[in-house]
Each structure stands twice: as structure tokens, then as C-alpha cells.
Design a protein around this ligand. Structure first.
Ligand code: TYM
Length: 339
């Protein structure tokens, strides 16, 4: 463990690779905003260099980048309190990403389950970037010497890899440049599941739009997706144990708990014994009431893309002020002649 006391600093990011889902919102953005409001220094990023690890339509990527920035702000992220920017505007990410690729071992990368899930049987046809992406993610975090990384369950392995990379760098170069960042995976919404299959994560890349709630869905669509969500014929249990072999029921209860900032136990106390026919409309109403103001605000912000670009540019400048000296320290530690 490092002897250095690093300042507490939060970093996290989301890919602008399509529609932001309820999973991204509950598992990430909502928690980012909560952390921002505790007074800790918070840095949040639109990770566009990650998105291009799979092909993105260039015009769509620009729109998705702005839309994600708008979503962050509409969910309560204050670009004055937090630093909000898109990754590619701060070149330290790409530079440090390369340096950390030279520290990362192939054996470590081969254990990354997300690459295996995304590549499936087509690994040979995937980009080198998709395979190498966890080293870039490590650079995102370590360029700011971030100590805390709020993420959903699916990113835990990548944050743990970041710790391994940081420790190996510090050891190999007898330096104490990097902290060992902690993944922060808390609350009832760290893994929101597909509405069609309780064993699969809700994901923006799922071919079925009915599997997810998008932050831009209108009230009717949200209500219809929840009404049609897969469930079983039993009523809701009164105790948490009763959800253990019922992934779809558990998922809807988790979503209710996360949206209403309460516990699963409290939700079951209220709805135990009730049928899904009763529970689903109440959940749909809760979701619509929660999400409608966000999607309205997103639409309002998207009407002024110049202002969004200004916010991202300002955030990038502030991010660069933190990342540049860290990169200089890294270069110095590894023996690169710098200005
Ligand atoms: P991404 O863009 O896939 O997802 C963004 C965040 O949303 C969380 N998430 C979920 N949480 C709960 N339930 C779900 N169904 C769900 N789906 C997604 C993710 O866990 C994540 O926190 N590699 C990252 C982005 C990244 C990053 C970083 C994160 C790049 N650099 C540095 C933290 C720090 C990714 O692809 O997330």
C-alpha cells in the first residue's frame, strides 16, 4: 500500500454509445450526483474514446456525446460543482493509456469477462481497441489520481484491474504516483437487469428495445415496457428471501427501491402479497414521474448544442489542469525526456 496520502477524488465515466438506459441512470448517474453533493471533488466524463472501440456513425457520435452531457446535467450534475467533459479533449487519457498498456500484462487482459461477453465467438473480428480498453479506463482514473470510482457491478473487474496496473506501475518504477482506487458499488441498483430476461444486464446494446427503459422514452413507452416486462405468476413475497430464485421479480423490486430511495425490505413490506397486475402500474407511474422531468430537461438542453459544447470545453480545461502534472510525473518516473 502506498505511503502517500492522496486527496479524496471521485472519477467516473459513461460511454456515449447510444441511448442512456435506466440501468446507467440508477447504477451510475444518480449516484454520481449524490457524490457530487457530498462536497468531494468529482470528475465525470463522457468517454468518447471508449465508444469508438466499436464502429460509431460520426454524426451520431457527436449527437450522443452532447446528449449524454445533457443527461448528466438534467439528472442534477452541476458543471460548476463537478468537472464535466468529454475524454478526447484531454490528451492525457490517450497518452497515459498507451503508457499503461505497456505495464498491463496480456494475461490480465485475457481474464476480462466484458471483452469475452462483447466479442463472443467473433473475437478475431473485434478491434484491438476493444480488447485494450480496460488499460484506457485505468488511464482515465489514474490521470486524476482518483481514489473513488462509482460504477455498476459490471465494471468492478475493470476497476480492480486498474488497482493492479497502478500497483505494478508504482512498483516497477519505484514511484508513488498512483493511488489504488476503490470501486464504489453501493445501493439496490448496481445491476439492473433486462426487462425481457432477468439473467441479462439491461444494456443500451441489447437488440431488443423492449429490454430496457431509455432516458428519452416517453411516458406511454415507459408504461408499456413495464407492463410487458417478463414476470412470474406468483405474487410478490413479503420477505427478501422470497426473491432469491425470481430474478425478474427481484429486478422490478430493485428498480422500485432505487427510484424511491428506499430499501428492498421496505418495498416488500408495502407490496408483499400483491400481484404484478397491481404492482406494475404503480411502478410505471413512479418511473414516469421520476424520468419525465429529466427527459424534458434533456430536450431543453439539447436545443442549445453550443452551450453544451462550451460546458464540455470548460470542463476539459479544468480536467487538463489536474491531469497534465500527473502525466509529467509519470513521464519523469519512466525516463521520458519532457519539456
Ligand atoms: P458503460 O458506459 O457501459 O456504463 C456506464 C455506467 O453505468 C453502469 N451500468 C449499469 N449499472 C446498473 N445496471 C445496469 N444494467 C448497468 N449498465 C451500465 C456501468 O457499470 C457504468 O458505471 N468502461 C465503462 C466506462 C468508463 C469508466 C471509466 C467508468 C470508461 N472509463 C473510468 C469508470 C471510470 C463503461 O463502458 O461503462
Amino acid at each position: 500500500m502506498s505511503e502517500v496520502n492522496f486527496k479524496k477524488r471521485v472519477f467516473s465515466g459513461i460511454q456515449p454509445s447510444g441511448n442512456l438506459t435506466l440501468g446507467n441512470y440508477l447504477g451510475a448517474v444518480k449516484r454520481f450526483v449524490e457524490m457530487q453533493n457530498t462536497g468531494i471533488e468529482t470528475i465525470y466524463c463522457v468517454v468518447d474514446l471508449h465508444a469508438i472501440t466499436v464502429w460509431q456513425d460520426p454524426a451520431a457520435l457527436k449527437n450522443q456525446t452532447r446528449e449524454l452531457a445533457a443527461a448528466y446535467i438534467a439528472c442534477g450534475l452541476d458543471p460548476k460543482k463537478s468537472i464535466l467533459f468529454n475524454q478526447s479533449q484531454v490528451s492525457a487519457h490517450a497518452e497515459l493509456g498507451w503508457i499503461l498498456s505497456c505495464v498491463t500484462r496480456l494475461g490480465w487482459m485475457n481474464r476480462m469477462t466484458q471483452f469475452k461477453d462483447k466479442a463472443g465467438k467473433n473475437a478475431e473480428k473485434m478491434s484491438l481497441g476493444l480488447y485494450a480498453y480496460p488499460a484506457l479506463m485505468a488511464a482515465d482514473i489514474l490521470a486524476y489520481q482518483a481514489t473513488h470510482v462509482p460504477v455498476g457491478e459490471d465494471q468492478k473487474q475493470h476497476v480492480e484491474l486498474t488497482r493492479d496496473i497502478a500497483a505494478k506501475f508504482n512498483h516497477d518504477f519505484k514511484s508513488e504516483v498512483f493511488p489504488l482506487p476503490e470501486p464504489i458499488i453501493e445501493g439496490t441498483a448496481t445491476r439492473i437487469m433486462s426487462l425481457r430476461d432477468g439473467s441479462k444486464k439491461m444494456s443500451k446494446s441489447d437488440p431488443s428495445d423492449k429490454s430496457r427503459i431509455n432516458m428519452t422514452d416517453n411516458a406511454d413507452t415507459i408504461a408499456s415496457k413495464i407492463r410487458k416486462a417478463k414476470t412470474d405468476p406468483d405474487s410478490l413475497p413479503s420477505e427478501i428471501e422470497g426473491l432469491s430464485s425470481r430474478p425478474e421479480a427481484r429486478n422490478l423490486v430493485n428498480i422500485y427501491a432505487a427510484l424511491s430511495d428506499t430499501s428492498i425490505t421496505a418495498v416488500l413490506q408495502e407490496f408483499g402479497g400483491q400481484q404484478f397486475g397491481t404492482f406494475k402500474p404503480i411502478l410505471a407511474e413512479l418511473a414516469v414521474n421520476h424520468l419525465a422531468p429529466i427527459s424534458n430537461e434533456m430536450a431543453r438542453l439539447m436545443a442549445d448544442p453550443t452551450e453544451i459544447d462550451r460546458i464540455l470545453g470548460d470542463g476539459a480545461q479544468r480536467a487538463n489542469i489536474i491531469a497534465s502534472p500527473v502525466l509529467e510525473k509519470v513521464k519523469n518516473a519512466i525516463g521520458i525526456v519532457a519539456r
